[in-house]
Design a protein around this ligand. Structure first.
Ligand code: RIB
Ligand code: CA
Length: 320
């Protein structure tokens, strides 16, 4: 087995962020070397508290957690998505408070420091709005030269958005930041709603987690209870999309991308009805995936089968 890849995780620890974090902590192919938080599902400060408490449940006290942007680059943080992720971002679940506090550096400072420490090997996994990334690029335009790859949950290429008819939440919360990430000189694997809405966890899986002996899995199972209620009108059954977990699984090499053309992707940063739309140039794709020669963004439209069994296997350590 090859050495685990060092990962900087940028998140707005919400419920599916928590599932993704638990997966990355348990994957033998990943070494989470730092976590930065950003406002989105909840505030950046609350997301850091949630993350530290989850790490405490996991018995992990070596990963630095740094608070990032509270407000987004073009507008103030508007209070999060309590109807989706609960008032505290994690389904209202009260976790034992870890003794650890966030680092006394910002997420941007942590990311730039890690990019030097793991020069050429560091992978970014972003599962929240991209404000920290645009700020890091502004602080150090050479950052992309030290990054091995970027996996980003966000956008909608050929399906509706989830926060507006055309925009997905992570992109909509900071369109300019998303456009900066998608036009920087690095390779991006974009994981949009086209793929993430097709991956769900069952109530049986949720109960398995909620009844586990492992405190981290019990907490994740409890958080999903609130999240499942939100998705009931969308799917018609208690379940949830696995947005952030799919990006984490892809970053860890836990699945195979079966449809993922490398095409130019831009973001509508105007203030009209299209704001936050990810405009992927999928022209010429009728006869199969065709890569644009200059494009550096792979848009994941489909992966090989469902990830739920793999996700549960890595989380629980048990083969289904
Ligand atoms: O649109 C889904 C994304 O927005 C996920 O990252 C979820 O956690 C929220 O941040
Ligand atoms: Ca998220």
């Amino acid at each position: 087995m090859t050495d685990p890849i060092p990962v900087y995780l940028d998140c707005d620890t919400g419920v599916d962020d928590a599932v993704a974090l638990a997966y990355l902590l348990r994957s033998p192919h990943v070494d989470v070397v730092g976590i930065g938080t950003v406002s989105g599902n909840t505030s950046a400060a609350q997301a850091a508290r949630n993350t530290l408490d989850l790490l405490g449940l996991a018995g992990v006290d070596s990963i630095p957690v740094a608070i990032g942007a509270h407000h987004h680059s073009s507008h103030e943080y508007a209070g999060g998505a309590a109807h989706v992720h609960g008032d505290n971002g994690i389904g209202g679940v009260e976790l034992p408070r870890s003794a650890r506090e966030p680092e006394d550096v910002t997420a941007v400072e942590l990311l730039i420091d890690l990019s030097h420490r793991y020069e050429g090997r560091l992978h970014l996994v972003t599962i929240g709005p991209l404000t920290n990334i645009i700020e890091a690029l502004a602080a150090d335009p050479t950052l992309p030269t030290r990054i091995a790859g970027v996996a980003t949950m966000g956008g909608a290429a050929s399906v509706p958005g989830n926060i507006t008819p055309v925009a997905e939440a992570n992109i909509f919360n900071d369109p300019a930041a998303a456009d900066a990430l998608l036009t920087a000189e690095w390779d991006v694997t974009l994981v949009p709603l086209d793929a993430t809405m097709e991956h769900t966890l069952s109530e049986d899986d949720r109960v398995t987690l909620a009844e586990a002996s492992d405190p981290l899995l019990r907490a994740v199972g409890a958080m999903l209870d609130h999240y499942f209620e939100f998705y009931l009108p969308t799917y018609g059954v208690r379940t949830s999309a696995l947005h952030d977990p799919l990006a984490a699984v892809i970053a860890a090499g836990g699945t195979t991308i079966t449809r993922g053309p490398r095409v130019p992707v831009r973001v509508d940063t105007t203030h009209g009805p299209g704001r936050g739309q990810t405009i992927a140039d999928l022209r010429g794709q009728r006869l199969g995936d065709r890569d644009h020669p200059e494009a550096r963004t792979r848009v994941v439209l489909e992966v090989d089968g469902s990830i739920s069994a793999h996700l549960m296997e890595v989380l629980t350590g048990e083969r289904p």
